[in-house]
Design a protein around this ligand. Structure first.
Ligand code: HC1
Ligand code: SF4
Length: 575
């Protein structure tokens, strides 16, 4: 630890702490635009300037480490004026059409302008026109809004190891664009949406599909069905001023009914179904040696896109089980529609997800039309859902609680933990243990799979048989696990893992690219705590014990991996 002073207040911080972080110990949030706790500093915006006492030189707090004895000044009239000028320069090159911007109300530049009381921009307007790129099914780039902070480039290259984005051009013509200036759809982008979640302004944002849903809700010929993903329930409250991790499941069911949906289901039920199929696949491959090991999870569509693009030789290791919301989609337009006497194509399926890549997943292959028409019609992110609630005027937080429609809505604790990194693995092992031994796992909490460490490895004992597992989240972490597997297999050795879970986003879906803005590790951890609390308070905590899952197999599918299950609940991957 080192001793420093911030505005004459003594504070103690670990050696290596930046001035920006150290100032927080003295309750000072130094203004910034480019810096983000997830990313290495780019020192691009120049707003976080500070001084060392009795020295007029200004230094950038984000990129300078606190040194022992340093006396830091975080604000004085000169620093205020320079910061204000930096903001005015940024605004002189910005469209400033806040009322029509997707980030209106939660834009970091808008907030700084408000904080600094900027009333006019004293420079000539220097906006350079750039075309909007809306070629991707998941997100849109509007380079005119870009403040060149570099967060999107860093997140795509460093956190996700995708390298889809880069800066193109120089000076005023500089803009963010897909690498080699191709359209986003033709770039290596895997649609994870992390660039949209880290952009401080409205330069990158999810495709807004709320108009299509509002329209469908007015259509009397359509039977409107909706489902919510595990991670939505612990994050949506943030947009209404609640703490991250607050569980709002029953209020969400209520608001969806008030918005006009005919049936309200839960993706967590689909997660229980995915576990039934995926744990069965694991037993087939691991115990009966029918298929390659390790088995790799596939419920994250950005991860599927990544593997298909970067590691196509590993496709045989993928589970063929569809992701939970696709399972619910297929079952809604078959099992449920048949029970209700509805035609599949008259059912309109909406998924509310923490994810932008799910917008692409719904039309990625013919298998996503298992019912004869597209199984899920539209995906809304948590952010889009929040806007729907707010524009409806419904007093969301004061609604009475309600239940989902039971047929595809009742879930176990294993279903909800899908929303946090390690949750799919934990849920799968709870059921695989039962499938392999015929006995229930005594202690269902598998702490080894939990937490925000980028790669988690463990050996799980299933009655004397050792199962080696790995869990990775944040795409940049995946390569280490895959390379270990590839080199073992190339050398003709046993692979180091039998089962691998991957989620593209840091923290898993709680940190998804479509979640409320402002996620940091602290917020991801709080959302995950909500997820595990929901599991802990569930009466049933293993997917195979879900009575509605059991009924579905009995009435309709037969058993896991049956012909019917394969037709409706499994998919293929392509290079
Ligand atoms: Fe996820 Fe999944 S957990 S992928 O992260 O398998 O999006 O929440 O809905 O489908 O269940 C996302 C979350 C989500 C699916 C499930
Ligand atoms: Fe990169 Fe993900 Fe953004 Fe695509 S969605 S540009 S992969 S960060």
């Amino acid at each position: 630890m080192i001793q420093i002073k911030v505005n004459d207040m003594a504070v103690e911080v670990p050696r290596g702490t930046t001035i920006l972080e150290a100032a927080k110990k003295a309750q000072v949030n130094i203004p910034k635009l480019c810096n983000h706790p997830d990313l290495p500093p780019t020192a691009a915006c120049g707003l976080c300037i500070v001084k060392i006492k009795n020295n007029p030189k200004m230094i950038r707090a984000c990129a300078t480490k606190a040194e022992p004895g340093m006396e830091i000044v975080t604000h004085d009239p000169e620093l205020y004026e320079v910061r204000k000028t930096v903001l005015e320069l940024i605004l002189s090159n910005h469209p400033n059409d806040c009322l029509r911007c997707p980030r209106n109300g939660n834009c970091e530049l808008q907030k700084l302008s408000e904080d600094f009381g900027i009333r006019e921009v004293p420079f000539t307007n220097m906006i350079v026109e750039h075309p909007v790129d809306d070629s991707s099914p998941a997100l849109t780039i509007n380079p005119a809004k870009c403040v060149k902070c570099g967060r999107c480039v860093e997140v795509c290259q460093v956190m996700q190891n995708v390298w889809a984005l880069e800066f193109i051009g120089r000076g005023y013509n500089m803009r963010i664009a897909p690498a080699a200036d191709v359209k986003l759809i033709d770039s290596p982008c895997v649609k994870c949406g992390q660039c949209t979640a880290h952009c401080p302004v409205g330069a990158l944002y999810e495709k807004d599909e709320t108009p299509a849903v509002w329209q469908a809700l007015q259509d009397p010929k359509k039977h409107k069905v909706v489902q919510i993903a595990p991670a939505v329930r612990v994050a949506v409250g943030e947009a209404f001023g609640l703490e991250p991790g607050t569980i709002l499941t029953k209020k969400i069911y209520s608001v969806l009914k008030r918005l006009g949906f005919d049936a309200v289901f839960d993706t967590n039920f689909g997660a229980d179904m995915t576990i039934m199929e995926e744990a069965s696949e694991f037993v087939e491959r691991f115990v009966h040696k029918k298929g390659p090991i390790p088995l790799i999870t596939t419920c994250c569509p950005a991860w599927v896109d990544y593997l298909e693009k970067y590691y196509p030789d590993m496709i045989p290791h993928f589970s063929t089980a569809k992701s939970p919301h696709e399972m619910v989609g297929a079952l809604t337009k078959t099992y449920y529609a048949e029970k209700k006497g509805l035609k599949a194509c008259d059912v309109y399926g909406v998924s509310i997800m923490p994810c932008t890549a799910k917008k692409y997943e719904i039309s990625r292959s013919e298998e996503m039309k298992a019912s004869g028409c597209q199984d899920i019609d539209v995906v809304l992110t948590t952010r889009e859902f929040t806007r729907m609630i707010k524009s409806s005027g419904i007093d969301f937080l004061n609604l009475p609680d309600s239940d989902p429609d039971h047929i595809l809505g009742d879930y176990t604790g294993a279903g909800v933990i899908f929303g946090a990194t390690g949750g799919v693995m934990e849920a799968a092992l709870r059921t695989a243990y039962y499938f392999i031994t015929g006995k229930e796992l005594g202690k269902v909490d598998l702490e080894e799979t939990r937490g925000l460490e980028g790669i988690k490895k463990a050996t799980i004992d299933i009655q004397g048989t050792k199962v080696n597992i790995a869990v990775a989240h944040g795409l940049a972490n995946v390569q280490y696990v895959l390379e270990e597997v590839k080199s073992a297999l190339a050398a003709g050795k046993e692979p180091p893992y039998h089962f691998i879970e991957v989620m593209a986003c840091r923290g898993g879906c709680v940190g998804g690219g479509g979640q409320p803005y402002g996620a940091t590790d602290e917020i991801r951890a709080k959302r995950a705590r909500g997820i595990y609390q929901d599991d802990k308070q569930s009466e049933i905590r293993c997917s195979h014990q879900n009575p509605m899952v059991q009924q579905l197999y009995k009435e309709y599918l037969g058993k896991p991996l049956s012909k019917k299950s394969h037709e409706l609940l499994h998919t293929h991957y392509h290079e």
